[in-house]
Design a protein around this ligand. Structure first.
Ligand SMILES: [Cu+2]
Length: 161
């Protein structure tokens, strides 16, 4: 199974989902973007072909004392970005869009990793290659608009952003 296939809309997986998730556990990463209670860490994205899709991963943590929520996502790299969950259905792992806003309770995180929840950049304006950098704007109800810039990599060569 190659990496690009895992991004397909549906795909029969040989590995149990849990093993997949465990294999993809990200190392602890330093805080990058402190604003309000929201911190976005460890962001990286996957290569993609112009007009098609790319996935982005990382962790959004609410270190504040108030609930917050992700209300909008935009990027110069793609006109449409969705939060996708992976849902197992009849032995198939399928991507399912989550409606915004996505609430993040105090002390909670939205963790995004290969095989699990991810941001899906759709209809890419340009192809994204290893080593390229892209910018995302994540808007939160309380923490406001936050900009993250991160690199394109893969599971063997995961950028440390
Ligand atoms: Cu997706």
């Amino acid at each position: 199974m190659n990496y690009r296939n895992r991004q397909g809309w549906s795909l029969r997986l040989g590995l149990p989902l849990l093993a997949l998730l465990a294999a993809c556990a990200a190392p602890e990463q330093p805080q990058l973007h402190p604003t309000g209670g929201i911190r976005i860490t460890g962001m990286w994205g996957t290569p993609g072909i112009a007009g098609r899709v790319s996935a982005a991963y990382g962790t959004i943590t609410n270190h504040g004392t108030e609930p917050d929520s992700l209300v909008a996502i935009s990027s110069p790299a793609a006109p449409l970005i969705e939060v996708h969950q992976m849902v197992e259905q009849d032995g198939m792992l399928r991507m399912r869009g989550m409606k915004l806003p996505v609430a993040i309770a105090p002390g909670d995180s939205l963790a995004m990793a290969p095989g699990g929840t991810h941001l899906m950049l759709m209809e890419l304006h340009q192809s994204l290659k290893l080593g390229d950098s892209i910018t995302l704007h994540l808007s939160f109800a309380h923490a406001g608009k936050q900009e993250v810039r991160f690199q394109i990599g893969n599971e063997q060569n995961r950028p440390q952003n």
